[in-house]
Each structure stands twice: as structure tokens, then as C-alpha cells.
Design a protein around this ligand. Structure first.
Ligand SMILES: [Zn+2]
Length: 131
């Protein structure tokens, strides 16, 4: 928000590809977060993430559509951080497969959710250790 036009505020300043697409009217968005398996890099979830300024809305249409196409869970994550850039709390809303209610979470709780997604993936992991 520091510089640039409204156009620059909505699309990454300094990202010539985004600007080229916009000029050509072939639209694209950046994915904020694709959670991946720590071993095989398979996608585990999709997320729209945003610094928490008390807002109640962020567009999630494309993320939800992509999540449904891929069969991945998806989330809207507003996070707050302290002056040392340490995440202190998160407001998380599950978008798919079922729309959930916004939940205020501490980082440890959100970490447990992300660990659970990793654990649920392990039986299908392409690089799991053979026992
Ligand atoms: Zn894996």
C-alpha cells in the first residue's frame, strides 16, 4: 500500500508478469499458500493468508474452486504478528470441503492442524519409509 496506483495495490507491485496479464486481460492470481508434504512435496492444503487488520473478508473464490478441483482442504487465515515478526494468533476459517466458522487460534493449535494434515497424508506418501 506504500506506493503505486490502485492497480498496483491489488496486483503485486514489481511483478511484471501480473501486470502483463492484467494489461492483456488474461487474469491470474497468486496462491498465498500451498501446504506440502515435507517428504514428497505433494500438496496437502490451500490457504489464503493475510495479515490481520480486523477485516472480515478476503476473496477466496478461486482458492475454493481450486480446492474442490484438487480435493484438497482449504482455509482462510488471518494472522497477527508482533514487532519481531513472530506469529501470535490466527483467525482461521475452513473453506472446503465444508465451510466452517472462524476460529481464533494460537500458533500451537494451528500447527497441530497442519501436523494432522501431514499425518493423514503419510499412508499415501510417495516417499514414505518402507518398513
Ligand atoms: Zn508425502
Amino acid at each position: 500500500m506504500a506506493r503505486g496506483s490502485v492497480k498496483g495495490n491489488y496486483f503485486n507491485i514489481g511483478d511484471p508478469y501480473s501486470e502483463w496479464c492484467r494489461d492483456k486481460k488474461v487474469y491470474m492470481i497468486d496462491m498465498d499458500a500451498v501446504g506440502i508434504c515435507k517428504l514428497c512435496k505433494t500438496p496437502l492444503y490451500l490457504a489464503e493468508t493475510c495479515f490481520d487488520r480486523g477485516q472480515s473478508f478476503k476473496a477466496t473464490t478461486t482458492t475454493e474452486a481450486l480446492a474442490r478441483l484438487s480435493g484438497l482442504p482449504s482455509f482462510l487465515v488471518f494472522y497477527s504478528a508482533n514487532e519481531n515478526r513472530k506469529v501470535e494468533s490466527l483467525r482461521v476459517t475452513q473453506l472446503t470441503p465444508e465451510k466452517g466458522k472462524e476460529t481464533l487460534m494460537l500458533p500451537e493449535s494451528w500447527f497441530e492442524v497442519l501436523e494432522l494434515l501431514q499425518e493423514q497424508h503419510y499412508p499415501h506418501c510417495l516417499k514414505k519409509a518402507v518398513s
